[in-house]
Design a protein around this ligand. Structure first.
Ligand code: FAD
Length: 414
């Protein structure tokens, strides 16, 4: 049997792959990353949640991100016509970070990758994983290099952090139905966005379009702003033009007065892109010799900016479990990794479902809700979805529906 090249092979140098590799490296194991692209490369997913800060810190990556001077995100503003609902991460139930950053992902991911390399973890850029063989003790990846040359890399454990590349789900047939209806997203970067002045400048705006889409506005520190629109498939009928994505997005924005006003003088600085049916899921998060992290597992929906948080959290939890496994312990992967990841994802699932069926609109745009509830909901929106002390985590489905019913019944003055 061939000897492993490293202890842990990681597919993908996005946030999940970088954090996982950094954490196993810091535990004294040898890690290596294989990445298909050359960095910097574009990827969508630019608004972080405060919970990300804990994992970036744990992985030794916070200073590298801090040095990039990103704009600070202190909360979120939901907008419906003339109504607004503000969540301020300083006013939370869970003790945790009260702010985070808005990050252009080309720069952010390159900063993470640079920091991981500086720790001593090699990253093979422009190398694509094309086949994988896993087993109890030795995992093998067939990798195609930039000149088309094939080679096999070996490790004692394999972490698939390939995001929408979904390497192991594709190769091992692990895809599962998502339970989310198909939705489409269209997005670009602009300059010329007229932002609110002061500390609110970095807040994300989520604006509800009158015909059932929602539009994000995510400002960056370099003057660019990310904008995007998301909606279920029926919304796009008669609105979508494959030959003119920029015009498609411009027309949707023109129909939402708040974004239209902010972006009246804005111009696009990158080609408009689109993603269809972006929700994904898998049958299992781990198997003999491997585990899946980040978007290679499940992706629900971008509305609450939960993707990078779940990617980092899964990397942290998986790394802890891999470290125990390779130290000769017998971790219970189902209980120690899969179950907590499903619990956190399920909290966001409740919120995503309640967003699209209108339940959260009832709550967000209620004339007044008790500050206690606002703080508990804010902690979910900040990514603290593992705090079982929070009733909106522990009994998420029940609490969200119950609060909406109370509001509809007029029982909840503040
Ligand atoms: P990625 O960041 O996708 O990294 C995976 C890496 O694996 C890539 O670099 C890729 O090149 C590499 N790879 C793929 N295949 C191979 C292969 N065969 N061999 C080698 N390498 C490979 N999340 C947020 O937190 N905030 C947001 O505001 C947000 N907005 C979003 C908007 C939309 C429309 C969508 C669809 C998603 C959004 N997300 C957001 C989610 C976010 O994009 C992802 O959750 C996040 O990027 C996942 O990180 P990751 O490390 O798992 O994967």
């Amino acid at each position: 049997m061939s000897a492993p090249d490293v202890d842990v092979l990681v597919i993908g140098a996005g946030p999940a792959g970088c954090a996982a590799a950094a954490l196993v490296h810091r535990a004294g194991l040898r890690a290596a990353i294989v990445e298909r692209e050359r960095f910097p490369r574009f990827v969508i997913g630019e608004s972080l949640l405060p919970r990300c800060m804990d994992v970036l810190d744990e992985a030794g990556l916070l200073a590298a991100v801090d040095s990039r001077g990103y704009i600070i995100k202190r909360g979120a503003r939901f907008v419906r016509g003339a109504e607004t609902c503000e969540f301020d991460f300083a006013n939370q139930f869970t003790r945790g970070w009260s702010w985070t950053w808005q990050v252009p992902r080309d720069d952010f991911d390159a900063a993470l990758a640079g920091a991981v390399e500086a720790m001593g973890v090699p990253i093979r850029f422009a190398h694509e994983v094309v086949a994988a063989r896993t087993g109890d003790d030795l995992q093998e990846l067939d990798v195609r290099g930039p000149g088309g040359e094939l080679r096999t890399l070996r490790g004692r454990w394999l972490i698939d952090a390939s995001g929408f590349g979904r390497v192991l789900p594709r190769l091992f047939g692990l895809d599962a139905p998502t339970g989310q209806p198909p939705r489409r997203a269209i997005f670009t970067h602009v300059v010329g966005d007229v932002r609110p002045p002061g500390p609110d400048e970095g807040r994300i705006w989520i604006c509800i379009h009158p015909a059932g889409a929602w539009v994000w506005v995510i400002p960056f520190s370099d003057g660019r702003t990310s904008i995007g629109a998301v909606a279920p498939e029926p919304f796009w009928e008669g609105r979508w033009d494959d030959a003119d994505l920029e015009g498609t997005l411009r027309r949707v924005i023109a129909e939402e007065p708040n974004v239209a006003e902010r972006l009246a003088g804005a111009t696009s600085v990158m080609p408009t892109r689109a993603l269809r049916s972006y929700s994904t899921a898998v049958r299992q998060l781990h198997g003999p010799g491997y585990c899946l992290v980040g978007n290679a597992t499940e992706f629900l929906d971008p509305v609450f900016s939960s993707g990078v948080t779940l990617a980092l959290e899964s990397a942290s939890l998986a790394a802890r479990t891999v470290i125990r496994q390779l130290r000769g312990e017998r971790p219970d992967w189902a209980a120690e990794y899969a179950a907590p990841m499903h619990r956190g994802t399920d909290v966001f699932r409740t919120f995503v479902d309640a967003w699209y069926d209108g339940t959260l609109e009832t709550i967000f745009f209620a004339p007044a809700i008790r500050d206690e509830f606002r703080r508990q909901i804010c902690s979910v929106l900040a990514g603290y979805v593992w705090d079982e002390q929070n009733p909106f985590v522990a009994r998420h489905h029940h609490r969200v529906r119950q609060l909406a019913r109370l509001i509809e019944g007029g029982a909840l003055a503040s």
